[in-house]
Design a protein around this ligand. Structure first.
Ligand code: FE2
Length: 188
């Protein structure tokens, strides 16, 4: 699909160096997603209709400079735990539907997490974070009825990361190692 190729080219182009210009990447990716919205919706409809739960699809990867691109399929109401990104920079952009992104900050001294704020992303809207081990977030599909799709760009292969969980309000946060499974590869 031409649109996926255009998105990959933008990410590969801008996603270089230790601190790529993620605001520029978000702007350029968002422009293509808004321009080609109906085409994208049509081309990726099968990812929304699979009914297999939350899935991560690999769109592209590069070794040097390291970068990976994924499309994620969110069932209605699906929410992630608070999680980090293995210290990689990253960008998340809504393709279809709307997502809520709660940003949290993790105190490296005691491991406590603090809510920093939240964003709501519609198609073409993005949020991003620099390479930083204290940044964590929790994302949710805002729809109770429809699946959502999002595009993710990371400064490397996000195979392992941590999810954070608090059993009770006064309890310490627990870090649980996660393995990021891939449902398959998308052609671009
Ligand atoms: Fe994330």
């Amino acid at each position: 699909m031409q649109t996926l190729k255009a998105l990959r080219d933008i990410a590969f182009d801008i996603g270089t160096g230790k601190h790529p210009d993620l605001a520029a990447m978000a702007r350029e990716l968002g422009r293509v997603v808004r321009r080609d919205g109906p085409l994208l919706d049509q081309g990726l409809a099968y990812l929304r209709n699979r009914q297999r739960g939350f899935e991560r699809w690999l769109l592209a990867e590069r070794g040097k400079p390291a970068l990976s691109m994924l499309v994620m399929a969110w069932p209605a109401n699906h929410a992630t735990p608070v999680h980090d990104h293995g210290g990689l920079w990253g960008l998340e952009l809504a393709l279809h539907g709307a997502l809520e992104v709660q940003a949290w900050s993790r105190d490296p001294a005691d491991g406590a997490l603090h809510l920093k704020g939240q964003d709501w992303l519609g198609p073409g809207d993005a949020t991003w974070f620099d390479a930083d081990t204290t940044y964590t977030h929790r994302c949710r599909n805002l729809s109770r009825h429809d699946a959502a799709l999002s595009l993710h760009v990371y400064g490397g292969d996000l195979a392992q990361y941590f999810a954070y969980e608090q059993v009770g309000q006064a309890e310490p946060w627990l870090a649980r190692p996660q393995r990021a499974a891939i449902a398959g590869r998308l052609g671009a």
